[in-house]
Design a protein around this ligand. Structure first.
Ligand code: FAD
Length: 464
């Protein structure tokens, strides 16, 4: 795969001298074949081994495990409380609250997994600051706060402008909802740690092994140099799921880009941002930023390039223009980063669904073929929950996970191409324009507002 590896993956691979990687070079059989070696695929493999230790599980990835967004993301491990209203629309109140609570457990489970298995993924429970960086964003969190409260949950603490500025060292923050149950991780160390533990538990992993065809009748995954015949197939493909005909209109691939500074620990300490909080604003083209264990700032933005016809290519790995824009925006949001060089830049695809929430389901087939995708930019912790559904479904278990109303497949679709691509460009431009004006405290004309309102929901921001 072309493109530079992320800061995270470079660091994780450096720490891994001597780890063996193999491609599939012959035909093989397995109880379950998982396609995709990111968090979803690897958590599913581990969950299957937990439920049925004797199960023979194969994972294949076209790249290396963690080569996709699981090794490139911002490392925010967040819950589903910010989207609880969407979740209620999807699955009803009772299940939504159960899943929101499960998403809190998922954050803690990552920490427990790292502790138990000796995976040093820099897990740090510093919480999440959901901030406003323009007057238009103030209070965007209120519907989620109130909906959670109506169900007896109080995941957020509201912070004044002064409080959030003191915590972040940045005067741009005009208020925030602080969620304590949130953590940051070094994402690639987590992905590669999952890989290591999966291998130790007997999962067979084949890297640089793309699925080139899938025989749905007989459950055979074809790769260039071998086939995997399985009783069940799990498609954990993230944005590459757009290649599956049934999913092609249910997910769009939208780039998210990141930069990281050189270590700047002293400047962070001077500024007061020392709590290791995950921070994001309330834009649809969301900015997200956090510190790293070695004192860098990693800073990203969502809502970048779109894929025509769902083609995820190397354009998603790096973009010079986005990087230059990010360098400018970084200093506006994190003034302490002024004059600190940016040393790394990378990007990756986000699997955006119309309502910004993942979908899990099964393809029509004689064999069991299940899929989980559509995290819409929040997959680090939720992939654990989705993996529970996938594992139970693949094993044909009848339990609270396979029986979750979330396990109901595609629930909304984007328009077909070329309307989707062209419409997407127009809507994204309107969102850029609207949010650019809002950042400057300016008014937005009604047409721009209306067109921007057609955007699929971002992860943190429900349509208002
Ligand atoms: C820049 C960026 C920042 C992000 N920040 C955050 C964040 O801070 N917090 C958060 O919660 N989420 C974030 N996300 C989203 C998060 O990274 C994903 O939701 C999560 O990694 C999804 O895991 P996954 O296993 O489903 O997908 P992936 O990690 O993409 O794994 C899918 C795998 O499938 C493989 N694959 C695809 N097609 C084939 C094929 N035909 N054959 C074999 N293998 C195939 C790919 O190589 C890939 O490794 C971010 C994403 C990006 C791109």
């Amino acid at each position: 795969m072309a493109g530079p590896r992320s800061l995270w993956l470079q660091e994780a691979l450096r720490a891994e001298e001597g780890v063996e990687s193999q491609e599939l070079l012959e035909d093989t059989r397995a109880d379950v074949c998982i396609v995709g070696g990111g968090y979803t695929g690897l958590w599913t493999a581990l969950r299957i081994k937990e439920l049925e230790p004797g199960a023979d599980v194969v994972v294949i990835d076209q790249d290396i495990c963690g080569g996709g967004p699981s090794g490139r993301n911002g490392g925010f491990a967040l819950t589903w409380w910010s989207k609880v209203s969407t979740l209620i629309n999807r699955v009803g109140e009772e299940e939504a609250i159960r899943l929101a609570k499960a998403s809190e457990d998922a954050v803690r489970e990552i920490g427990a997994f790292c502790e138990r298995e000796g995976v040093d993924a820099h897990f740090h429970e510093g919480g999440w600051l959901w901030t406003a960086t323009s007057p238009a964003q103030i209070g965007a969190w209120i519907p989620s706060v109130e909906t959670a409260a109506a169900h007896g949950a109080h995941p957020y603490e509201l912070l004044s402008a002064e409080e959030v500025q003191e915590r972040t060292g940045s005067p741009i923050h005009l208020g925030a909802a602080y969620e304590k149950t949130a953590a940051i991780v070094q994402p690639a160390l987590l992905a590669r740690g999952l890989r290591r533990v999966a291998v130790e538990k007997g999962v067979r992993i084949y890297e640089r092994t793309p699925m080139v065809d899938l025989d749905r009748e007989d459950g055979v995954v074809h790769t260039p140099s071998g086939r995997v015949s399985a009783d069940a197939v799990v498609l954990a493909l993230n944005a590459w799921a757009t290649k599956i005909p049934e999913l092609a209109r249910a997910v769009v691939a939208v780039a998210s880009d990141m930069v990281a500074t050189a270590p700047m620990q002293e400047k962070l300490e001077e500024s007061g941002w020392t709590g290791g909080e995950a921070i994001s604003d309330c834009r649809l083209l969301v900015h997200y930023y956090r510190t790293t264990q070695d004192g860098r700032v990693a800073f990203g933005r969502g809502g970048g390039r779109l894929a025509f016809g769902g083609r995820v290519n190397s354009n998603f790995d790096y973009n010079g223009r986005q990087t230059r824009e990010l360098e400018e925006e970084l200093v506006t949001l994190v003034p302490a980063a002024k004059d600190v060089p940016v040393t790394h830049a990378w990007g990756g695809p986000i699997d955006r669904t119309p309502d910004g929430f993942p979908m899990v389901g099964a393809l029509p087939a004689r064999t069991k073929i299940v899929y989980g995708t559509g995290y819409s930019g929040n997959g680090v912790a939720p992939s654990l929950t989705i993996a529970k559904i996938l594992a139970s479904s693949a094993l044909r278990r009848d339990d609270e996970w396979s029986g979750s109303p979330l396990n109901c497949g595609v629930c909304a679709k984007f328009p077909p191409e070329p309307i989707r691509f062209v419409g997407g460009l127009v809507v994204r431009q309107a969102v850029r324009h609207k949010e650019g004006r809002e950042d400057q405290g300016k008014s937005v004309d009604p047409v721009t507002k209306a067109v921007a309102g057609l955007a699929p929901q971002g992860f943190f921001r429900a349509r208002r």
